[in-house]
Design a protein. Structure first.
Length: 70
């Protein structure tokens, strides 16, 4: 990590599917993939080739901010 923090909840609060649009791969028409196994500890939905969803981003942020510290 390089200190980048995207405020996913803020983007969700803006409405209009902004986070959905940001996660969309314009080439395939599907959501982008994690492209890393760094988050695989959260489950199969967070492995290299799995598509990123707004729900999975919010859960990962929650766990990174809370679960790791607990």
């Amino acid at each position: 990590m390089h200190g980048i923090n995207i405020k996913e909840n803020y983007l969700l609060g803006l409405g209009n599917g902004i986070l959905d649009k940001l996660l969309l791969d314009r080439t395939t028409g599907e959501n982008i993939i994690w492209a890393t196994d760094d988050h695989a500890v959260f489950g199969d939905s967070y492995t290299f080739f799995k598509h990123i969803t707004p729900e999975s981003v919010n859960f990962a942020e929650y766990c990174l901010g809370y679960c790791v510290q607990s």
